[in-house]
Design a protein around this ligand. Structure first.
Ligand SMILES: Nc1ncnc2c1ncn2[C@@H]1O[C@H](COP(=O)(O)OP(=O)(O)O)[C@@H](O)[C@H]1O
Ligand SMILES: [Mg+2]
Length: 247
């Protein structure tokens, strides 16, 4: 049984059909990277998976449970699916520590003390122990994003979805965030939308190339980079690697 199974997902906004039948699966602890040009439906797919925008058609199974079943307790499911946003989405009036601990209190029902203890552990894990008492405005973009990752990790999710986690960062701050993500590989499953080809090449178990609302091709990095089956995959990877190819 796959940990995540996405089966023939369709999603439209009004007359615009964005996802035209997306199917793929992931195993426990795997990292999959989604690539594709802007406007191709990558963010929409992530939002379908965490049910922020439920799909119009198709099913998503997580740990053997059909999470697209309307009868499911979606709040319970969301605890299993972490989300890391391009724009961080931190609470600016809360410290790094509280940004991480508050969900544990409100969603998981931890006491404040227990939530903060766990939050400190997660901040340590992303290299931010010393910044626990700082507010987002006092942190760099890379630090803010690492708080976002700590917040996702704190819920002990089955999978974390990352939507272009380094796209809003200055180039010199991208490496720290990618290093933290790399350190999580095989500990938690990650589904990552990114243009960072070094990360895709070195960390991903699977690369999924989306275009026009469908998956054009997917496979392990070696196959995708060295021996793609579709001419379009080769063309896209060639172009994107020139722009974002640093290891
Ligand atoms: N909430 C929405 N309402 C209407 N159209 C949307 C909405 N979200 C995304 N779209 C449209 O769906 C298409 C895919 O968007 P998106 O999933 O954000 O692509 P990507 O993340 O690959 O850049 C785009 O044409 C976008 O304008
Ligand atoms: Mg997007």
């Amino acid at each position: 049984m796959h940990m995540l199974e996405v089966k023939d997902i369709h999603k439209s906004y009004g007359d615009l059909e964005v996802l035209k039948g997306i199917s793929f699966s992931m195993n426990k602890g795997e990292t999959a990277v989604i690539i594709g040009t802007s406007g191709t439906g990558k963010s929409t797919l992530l939002r379908c998976i965490n049910q922020l925008h439920p799909p119009d058609k198709g099913e998503i199974w997580l740990d053997g449970v059909n999470i697209t079943d309307p009868k499911i307790d979606i709040n319970k499911i969301r605890q299993k699916i972490g989300f890391v946003f391009q724009e961080f989405n931190l609470f600016n009036h809360l410290t790094a520590l509280r940004n991480v601990s508050i969900g544990l209190e409100k969603v998981k029902g931890f006491t404040k003390e227990k939530a903060e203890k766990k939050a400190i552990e997660e901040l340590k894990r992303v290299g931010l122990k010393d910044q626990a008492k700082q507010y987002p405005a006092q942190l760099s973009g890379g630090q803010k994003q690492r708080v976002g990752i700590a917040r996702a990790l704190a819920m002990d999710p089955t999978i974390i979805l990352f939507d272009e986690p380094t796209s809003a960062l200055d180039p010199e701050l991208i490496g720290d965030v990618l290093d933290v993500m790399k350190s999580l590989a095989h500990k938690v499953a990650m589904l990552v939308v990114t243009h960072e080809m070094g990360f895709a090449r070195n960390v991903a178990d699977e690369i999924i190339f989306m275009e026009g609302g469908v998956i054009v091709e997917s496979g392990p990095p070696k196959q995708m980079f060295q021996n793609p089956k579709k001419a379009r995959t080769k063309e896209f990877l060639g172009r994107i690697s020139t722009l974002y190819g640093k290891d």
